[in-house]
Design a protein around this ligand. Structure first.
Ligand SMILES: [Mg+2]
Length: 269
């Protein structure tokens, strides 16, 4: 209970890949955890650096996999953060990324072009259509003066098979070829952080993630509690930089309600 006798309501910000699901498979207990926390009055937000899918398909994926239906406006992707950053400017975007990232940009009123000469900004994310030709267009755009925006710089993402190359690996190719560094939109960088902060309703915020350099770094920058799960890219005993040490490490999202209950007991609320 708070001083006023009301239960303390927290905001939980969940990463998706490696936390709620791993590739196509739900992490066991994810749906139960999300439902229990929402039923207890807590706010649930989702923040993913995966820019390859549009908002509607991410929302549908959470609901299908976990049975938990996210509140409207509670899911933020790094593609949305990029669109939000560029919105309102008269930009023509060359996209080295998915068709759903192109849709995300178009829905924000931005123009998408295939022409590196015409492009005013290059937006790079995970591109499963990657080819030498597409990479060349991207490099020509930046060398021709287009701004270089990356949805995220995650080097990998977790799959049951092991780590697959992430958007950051493609960003690195453009960076190497152009000698230009991108503006990065996803966790832990300000465009994504500002979008999340604009939705937070409670003072006590917990970030639940599997990746120290994005999830825990965002939480550190924003002053939130850092909770690491071991279902994604970080394994038990993997080294974590001293400044990104989690406040709590749990085996999986299934253990979160018990952790929340223990913390509530510790602080008397
Ligand atoms: Mg993750």
């Amino acid at each position: 209970m708070t001083n006023s006798g009301e239960p303390l309501h927290r905001t939980f910000v969940f990463d998706l890949d490696g936390v709620v699901y791993l590739s196509g498979e739900v992490v066991p207990g994810a749906g139960t955890t999300l439902t229990r926390l929402r039923d207890a009055g807590h706010q649930i937000l989702f923040a993913t650096n995966n820019s390859s899918r549009a908002l509607a398909s991410v929302e549908a994926s959470i609901a299908q996999k976990t049975g938990f239906v996210p509140e409207p406006g509670s899911v933020i992707t790094s593609g949305m953060a990029a669109a939000n950053l560029l919105r309102g400017h008269d930009e023509r975007c060359l996209v080295l990324g998915s068709t759903e990232l192109e849709d995300t940009l178009r829905e924000s009123g931005l123009e998408v072009t295939d022409d590196p000469v015409e492009a005013t900004v290059l937006v790079v994310g995970l591109d499963r259509r990657l080819s030498y030709e597409r990479l060349t267009s991207a490099v020509l755009a930046v060398n021709g003066g287009a701004r270089f925006v990356a949805t995220n710089t995650d080097p990998t993402f977790p799959t049951p098979q092991g780590k697959h190359p992430g958007g950051g690996a493609i960003v690195a190719a453009v960076e190497r070829a152009t000698g230009t560094s991108p503006i990065v939109c996803g966790k832990p960088f300000p465009p994504m952080r500002r979008m999340i902060e604009s939705k937070i309703e409670n003072e006590d915020v917990w970030m639940i993630g599997d990746r120290p350099d994005t999830d825990l770094a965002l939480a550190r920058a924003a002053g939130w509690k850092k909770v690491l799960v071991l279902t994604g890219v970080t394994g038990d005993g993997d080294p974590i930089p001293a400044d990104l040490q989690p406040d709590h490490t749990i085996a999986s999202i299934a253990d979160l309600p018990a952790l929340v209950a223990r913390q509530s007991a510790v602080v008397g609320r």
